[in-house]
Design a binder for this molecule. Structure first.
Ligand code: ACM
Ligand code: ZN
Length: 522
């Protein structure tokens, strides 16, 4: 079972799921009960019926019970006896996670996409009490560098559900592609979602694919994804990255930049100097209009404004930016970035939402309610200060959690063994480490084969860190469990890297390491 549950006691006997098994669920749990029935039906062929009264025989009973002590809001208690499956939780989310556990207790064939004949669907008797260590357990998905269809996004939401993860951070705007339909600015997708070509082969390669790349999500598709995620207790946090990583928007609307020069959507990857002008009113008007549509689409309380990798060369030369600095008494370009961040943040907060950004946005003046996402090792000081002020942090350490890194650079064990609460975090600030998030950046991830291979099995290790208590984590034991888990991933048609590929020995790593930084592994 992955993630390893909090408390597990094996009992004698087994429960056998068959065509006669009933499901009891109160009104508040109709949706999760339906989810359970749907995933049982395909591989087993059983069309499980509801029972209106709590049954004592051959039944799966789902119950909400807020007296369950010691469980946080996402926790659950699961009891399997020869007669009953009894799943109780304080909230529907817990029932949902209990169902994910039940799923892993059934034979791996339960994941089959076709009907399986002649198999006994038994579950060993046990008692599990379980609840997550962290309340933020996320995947960041870069749809900007390469576009992935709604079906792929849904498949990944299903994966997050299986792993008991609850946050899908959707990176929707990038230099190489603007991927979200904004009705007020149609050129963002007419122009900004298309590029002529793509660099291939890694950071120092000059090769190109020799074909265009394009794609964006319509607002209806975005709603569909959010709905699908909600049914799986996953919140979708949109990222509109500002002021950097915005070449595609500038290609669509050159007036957004300092130079106002026309540019093409880049076909290379890296850090670009074309960023939003921080002086011009149009930038802020544009951002507010874009955010209005984003906020009306996404119910998430938390909105991501990026803020990473901002080269300020154009700001330095720009008369409008210089005037803004003078008018606002800003002493340097970093303060201009702070001003920009603060202005956008205030707008989001005025709409009743909360801001998250990459650790570069953190400074003395950052509102304590803003969340910092710690990715850069050099961000440690800013992060410490934010914690001291009472601010919250999500941990995304690049050398441990970046799923696009090669396995040479970041083998599975390195990801697994990473402890998100570093020793330097004071006890009184530990609660402010909300949790963890792993990004999959897609510069060198052009298709789902590559995507699956980079993400899996490393995301499984991340999920266990997000859920399982530190003292219960053990890599050797994880290794044993992941073998069974891989069978499930295969049935779900994920092309995971094998354990051996994902966990190369140190000798092999030494050999490749110099070439491996952010490269596709060989
Ligand atoms: C990042 O990797 N630029 C957040
Ligand atoms: Zn400017």
């Amino acid at each position: 079972m992955i993630p390893q549950p909090f408390n597990l006691k094996i009992e004698d006997g087994k429960f056998i799921l068959n065509v006669e098994t009933k499901i009891f669920a109160p009104d508040d749990l109709i949706a999760v009960s339906q989810y359970l029935k749907t995933f049982i039906k395909l591989p087993t062929g059983f069309d499980l019926q509801d029972t209106q009264t709590k049954s004592e025989q051959n039944s799966i009973n789902l119950e909400l019970d807020d007296t369950l002590k010691g469980l946080n809001p996402e926790g659950y208690e699961l009891r399997i006896t020869p007669k009953l499956v009894l799943l109780r939780a304080p909230q529907p989310a817990g029932i949902f996670y209990g169902i994910q556990t039940l799923r892993q207790l059934l034979p791996a064939e339960i994941e089959s996409q076709t009907k399986v004949q002649g198999l006994e669907w038994d579950i060993h008797c046990l008692i599990i009490e379980d609840s997550p260590r962290f309340k933020w357990r996320g995947l960041m998905f870069d749809s900007g560098r390469h576009f992935f269809s709604v079906d792929v996004i849904k498949k990944y939401l299903d994966l997050l559900a299986l792993l008991k993860m609850n946050t899908f951070h959707w990176h929707l705007t990038e230099d190489q592609g603007w991927r979200i339909e904004i009705k007020k600015y149609p050129k963002l997708t007419e122009i900004g979602s298309k590029r002529e070509d793509s660099r291939i082969g890694g950071w120092i390669s000059k090769k190109t694919r020799g074909e265009p790349h394009e794609g964006f999500y319509t607002q209806d598709e975005i709603r569909e994804v959010i709905q699908y995620a909600e049914e799986r207790f996953i919140r979708v946090i949109p990222e509109i990255d500002v002021p950097g990583h915005s070449s595609a928007a500038i290609a669509a609307y050159p007036e957004l930049s300092c130079t106002k020069e026309e540019i093409n959507v880049p076909t290379k990857f890296g850090i670009f100097e074309d960023i939003y002008c921080a002086g011009h009113d149009f930038t802020y008007e544009f951002m507010e209009n874009v955010l209005d549509e984003v906020l009306s689409l996404f119910p998430s309380e938390i909105i991501h404004i990026g803020g990473d990798e901002v080269p300020k060369k154009n700001w330095k030369k720009c008369e409008v930016c210089k005037k803004k600095m003078k008018d606002e008494n800003l002493r340097n370009l970093d303060e201009l970035h702070d001003y920009f961040t603060e202005r956008i943040s205030k707008y989001i907060v005025s709409k009743g939402r909360r801001v998250i950004g990459w650790n570069e946005i953190l400074d003395e003046k950052t509102d304590k309610n803003t969340i910092g996402q710690h990715w850069l090792l050099t961000g440690k000081k800013q992060v410490r200060k934010h914690l001291e002020k009472g601010g919250d942090i999500v941990v995304s350490n690049m050398f441990r959690y970046y799923l696009d890194y090669s396995y040479i650079m970041t083998p599975l064990r390195k990801t697994y063994k990473f402890e998100p609460i570093s020793r330097t975090v004071k006890t009184e600030n530990q609660q402010q480490i909300l949790g963890i998030e792993s990004p999959i950046w897609t510069e060198w991830v052009p298709n789902t084969e590559r995507l699956d291979w980079q993400v899996l099995p490393r995301l499984v290790a991340v999920a266990e860190t997000g859920w399982t208590q530190k003292r219960l984590k053990n890599f050797k034991n994880f290794r044993k469990r992941i073998e069974n888990f891989e069978e499930r991933l295969n049935s779900l048609e994920f092309q995971s890297a094998s354990f051996k590929e994902a966990n190369p020995g140190n000798l092999k790593r030494l050999f490749f390491l110099a070439r491996a930084f952010k490269w596709p592994a060989i």
